[in-house]
Design a protein around this ligand. Structure first.
Ligand SMILES: O=C(O)CCC(=O)C(=O)O
Length: 332
């Protein structure tokens, strides 16, 4: 008889238990907002890291933004996001592997979860924004199981550049960017009419031709969030953000990407050797038959435990055409 594991994290205190309605909303609409998933204490370390990154940044080249009289803006002239701090700072690793975030990922795309990527957004006044795109275009996983978690470190609203999403667009295939040999589209040759798109992520809808597919949908919706709220979003979902149009507020957020740890991952932000980057991805929950990495700073992860395995259920065909789990008494 085969075995399957029972994730150890089931018994954990403070585990976030996903509701069926949340699961169906995510799979139907392509996103899920979990309000207050992280506490103020949980995000304090990430907020502090964003502050340090802001204050310790080398002064930008004056010529890069020379008409800008606002020192606040000048300080941030070039920096809107910092990639992969999770490989450099304990707080960033803890944020990416936060068990309550992984709890949700486990229910939506798991049970086995890799943590792949982290980005700390600063988005000072006048800066930031990313035009319409689909995340699977940038991060390749086979099967394609990628999910994003957008963690608000402060109020994010339309003024300072919250995310916008197109509900239901997660059911679209990934549109291949022209000139990138199909990008990360799965089974590109299996489609008869999957047209390429140009300038994906460009802020200007006139040049970013993914906006033409977005226009087939009802109007996109903004996703304003408060500190500790987390937006989970499907990697095929059309989404974007606008530059921060305030003069006195930042838009600090932490955005991480995960996938099912049974996926083949021919990707790593910092590159990889051989034919897959699986060995560089942290196993954040469950188990995998692929190679994986461990947290660098000792953040606790909840992996499958051999001792907690259970027997799997095998179905058997009966004479009357019904299926019955093996080992169950036959109902006479
Ligand atoms: O937060 C943003 O401004 C953009 C984030 C985004 O689109 C992404 O992480 O895919």
């Amino acid at each position: 008889m085969g075995k399957f594991y029972v994730p150890k994290s089931r018994a954990r205190d403070n585990r976030y238990l996903v509701h069926v309605k949340e699961y169906t909303h995510y799979h139907k609409e392509g996103y899920l907002i979990v309000r207050g998933l992280l506490s103020r204490e949980d995000i304090a370390g990430l907020y502090e890291l964003a502050e340090q990154s802001r204050l310790n940044r080398p002064k930008p080249d004056k010529t890069a933004d020379e008409d800008n009289a606002d020192p606040l803006k000048e300080e941030f002239a070039k920096a809107t996001r910092i990639h992969m701090l999770s490989r450099l700072h304990p707080a960033a690793e803890r944020g990416m592997l936060h068990p309550r975030i992984v709890d949700v990922a486990e229910a939506l795309i798991g049970p086995d979860i890799y943590a792949l990527q982290s980005m700390l957004f600063l988005n000072p006044p006048g800066k930031g924004g990313q035009g319409w795109h689909q995340d699977s275009c940038y991060i390749r996983t086979h099967p394609d199981t990628l999910i994003g978690a957008w963690i608000a470190l402060e109020e994010a609203d339309e003024e300072n550049g919250c995310l916008w999403v197109v509900p239901g667009s997660n059911h679209e295939p990934v549109y291949p960017p022209d000139g990138m040999g199909g990008g990360n589209v799965h089974a590109l040759d299996a489609f008869g009419d999957l047209n390429g798109v140009r300038n994906v992520s460009h802020l200007d809808d006139d040049v970013n031709t993914l906006s033409k597919v977005v226009a087939n949908y009802p109007p996109p919706i903004p996703v304003p969030l408060s500190p500790g709220d987390v937006l989970f979003f499907h990697s095929h979902l059309f989404h974007r953000s606008y530059p921060n149009r305030t003069t006195d507020r930042y838009r600090r957020s932490y955005v991480c990407h995960y996938c099912n740890a049974r996926s083949w991952v021919p990707w790593d932000h910092d590159g990889f050797e051989g034919d897959s980057g699986n060995y560089r991805q942290i196993l954040a929950r469950g188990a995998t038959h692929h190679p994986y990495a461990e947290p660098v700073f000792g953040t606790e992860v909840f992996l499958a435990d051999e001792e907690e395995e259970s027997n799997s259920v095998t179905m058997m065909g009966m004479d009357n055409g019904m299926m019955m789990p093996m080992g169950m008494e036959k109902d006479e």
